[in-house]
Design a protein around this ligand. Structure first.
Ligand SMILES: [Zn+2]
Length: 178
């Protein structure tokens, strides 16, 4: 799924098995999770006791997934929303067609344009997230610098990557209130 459907989880287990692009809750008994391979995993929180998780590839970001998540959180009482971005694919591994790059830049600005390790046009997905977060009126307070495509420790990949290695496994971002 790469759209902008948001579900409010009122109690543990509610909506299990349903598909969505973002989950929000005010219930401390609920843990929220989304799974990602290369797209951007995001955890959101507001001091009023509202949290959310979402993910975004370039289509989801263009579709307003960050804005939708923030809107759902504000309906639950959030004012200032902070967002943490986990590891995602980075320009080094994200060669992108010029046409698609133009579409993203038109909406999210020129900062999304970059180059991959071979000098080809590439999308800077974290920059696209930063732009989407600014548009949503939220604050990006953390961004993991690692690339899911090429980060490694002692020659072993640190993350699953669908795009680079066709891995079937996924990362998970989990958030809960405490
Ligand atoms: Zn990379």
């Amino acid at each position: 799924m790469h759209g902008s459907d948001v579900l409010v989880v009122g109690s543990p287990g509610e909506h299990v098995g349903e598909e969505a692009d973002a989950l929000v809750t005010t219930n401390p008994e609920v843990a929220l999770m989304v799974r990602t391979a290369d797209c951007a995993p995001m955890a959101l929180a507001a001091a009023e006791g509202v949290i959310g998780v979402t993910h975004g590839g370039w289509r989801g970001l263009l579709g307003g997934v960050v804005e939708s998540t923030c809107t759902a959180m504000r309906r639950l009482g959030a004012s200032r929303i902070e967002l943490a971005l986990g590891p995602s694919i980075r320009p080094c591994c994200y060669c992108f067609s010029s046409d698609d790059l133009d579409s993203v830049a038109e909406v999210l600005g020129e900062s999304v344009r970059s180059h991959d390790r071979h000098g080809r046009p590439a999308l800077d997905l974290p920059a696209a997230v930063a732009a989407a977060v600014a548009r949503a009126g939220a604050e990006l307070t953390f961004a993991d610098p690692r690339c899911t495509g090429c980060a490694e420790v002692d020659g072993t990949p640190s993350f699953w990557s669908h795009r680079v290695r066709q891995d079937a496994e996924r990362q998970a971002v989990v958030a809960w209130l405490n």
